[in-house]
Design a protein around this ligand. Sequence first.
Ligand code: SF4
Ligand code: SF4
Length: 110
Amino acid sequence: MESTVQIICKQCGTCCLANVNCYVTDEDLERWKREGRDDVLHIIEHEHAMWVGDHLVSSLDGHYLHGCSFLMWDGSHYACSIYETRPSVCRKYQPGSSEICPQFREIHDV
Ligand code: SF4
Ligand code: SF4
């Protein structure tokens, strides 16, 4: 039986430390074009993220990339600056669904 427990996101930002560029789909790109989100497309196209071992760097100058470019700190929580049109990978991510999320313990009682 599937759990019906609603796990609340604590807006810690940890799941947004992965660089979203690597997971953007063609459908996301098409939507941003339709919506005229040149700001989003510009960032996606110009960050030039690439994997080196287990972390991401810029292929332009090799600087270490710390998380998603759209992650913002609002003074008390992390927030997504493009929440209304965030990529599908972010829409599908459920709080508590992986060990990196502090809410994982809520579900798995560890
Ligand atoms: S890691 Fe979990 S609690 Fe933190 S922002 Fe992501 S979903 Fe929310
Ligand atoms: S696009 Fe938004 S929700 Fe997705 S990783 Fe970046 S900050 Fe997080």
